[in-house]
Design a protein around this ligand. Structure first.
Ligand code: PHE
Length: 360
């Protein structure tokens, strides 16, 4: 019997020592497999006397069952340990933020455009659009600027090529957003109250001029609209935009073929060194052109000037961005310098609203 006891000790020790499924299987085959040690012992029972067979057989059966149970238990323990290890390794902190902060920023021109649209929306203006490649008619003729009018020279226009032999006037990159006035009048008639933000193009380049820049056109037509409404609207806009009670505006008599009378508006500011500040100092920056819509322009848009009148203005978006956020050089807006964009850009979720404030 003591040699069965030795077998028992040996296999139970091996089972305890087995560290994985393969090791366990090896022990099982060595002990209980067809040619295993216990199985071989079982086969010797036949040669024994009946009494011996009874006692040895019972002991062998008990030993086989015990080893079998020990193997199963060890297998389960190993599987549990493996699962526990995996759970430990794959644990993660669900309280960490789901995503890193977005890397990109919103360009000041985009931000300021949104601010302007939000303010004019409160004043009852809706947004209109037109193409950046514009016909000669919409950009000039319909705005009371016939061919050979001197005002055409003032615009430094970029012309598109026509095919050889095509004598029609060339298309232009629109020099201002004013052609959207005509398109909006044609589409909606009177009364109307729209703004039209977008890109415009002129061949010009210095600290306050780039060949592509942004304007927002405003147009309000009704039966009883006056210069006083224009002035109030622009002052109201500037107060909301600069978020101050007092900004100093200067209305200068001017001339545009498409308005009569016309006024240009400057805003008080200071440039000290590389610092640009609004509302103080001895400098003035021109921010917009405006006036009462010329009767010829109303007619070109299909509106009867005997019945309707209106005001219009064209604001420089980029210049408003420079003034509000103290950005001294317009050219830097379009150089795509990442350091500049990170410094002057806005967080993606910092969307302008009147109640939340417009900027930062
Ligand atoms: N279109 C003019 C410009 O770009 C501005 C303007 C718009 C003036 C509307 C009067 C009325 O200079």
């Amino acid at each position: 019997m003591s040699d069965l006891e030795a077998l028992r000790e040996k296999y139970l020790a091996q089972i305890r020592a087995a560290e994985d499924e393969a090791a366990i299987e090896k022990v099982r085959i060595a002990a209980l497999g067809k040619k295993g040690e216990i199985s071989r012992r079982m086969r010797t029972l036949g040669k024994m006397s009946p009494e011996e067979r009874r006692t040895v057989g019972a002991a062998l059966n008990a030993l086989r069952d015990e080893i079998d149970a020990a193997i199963r238990a060890r297998r389960e323990a190993l599987a549990d340990a493996a699962l526990a290890k995996r759970l430990e390794e794959e644990w993660f902190d669900v309280t960490l933020p789901a995503r890193p902060r977005p890397q990109g920023t919103v360009h000041p021109v985009s931000q300021v455009t949104e601010e302007i649209v939000a303010i004019f929306a409160e004043l009852g203006f809706s947004v209109a659009e037109g193409p950046q490649i514009e016909s000669d008619w919409y950009n000039f003729d319909a705005l009371n600027i016939p061919p050979h009018h001197p005002a055409r020279q003032e615009f430094d226009t970029f012309y598109m090529h026509r095919a050889e032999g095509d004598d029609r006037p060339p298309h232009v990159l629109r020099t201002h957003t004013s052609p959207v006035q005509i398109r909006a009048m044609e589409a909606h008639g009177a009364p109307i109250r729209i703004i039209a933000p977008g890109r415009v193009y002129r061949s010009d380049y210095d600290q306050t001029h780039t060949p592509m820049f942004h304007q927002v056109e405003g147009l309000a037509i009704d039966r009883d609209v006056s210069m006083a409404n224009l002035k109030w609207t622009l002052e109201e806009f500037c107060r909301a935009f600069f978020e101050v009670d007092h900004v100093e505006l200067r209305f200068r008599a001017s001339h545009f073929p498409f308005t009569e009378p016309s006024a240009e508006v400057d805003i008080r500011c200071s440039w000290q060194g590389r610092q640009l500040k609004v509302g103080e100092g001895e400098d003035w920056m021109e921010i917009l052109g405006s006036g009462m819509v010329h009767p010829a322009v109303l007619k070109a848009g299909g509106i009867d000037p005997e019945e309707w009148q209106g005001f219009a203005f064209g604001l420089g978006i980029d210049r408003l961005a420079m003034l509000k956020y103290g950005i001294p050089d317009l050219r830097s807006f379009f150089e795509s310098d990442l350091r500049w964009l990170r410094h002057y850009g806005f967080a993606a979720l910092d969307i302008p609203t009147l109640h939340g404030g417009l900027g930062r």
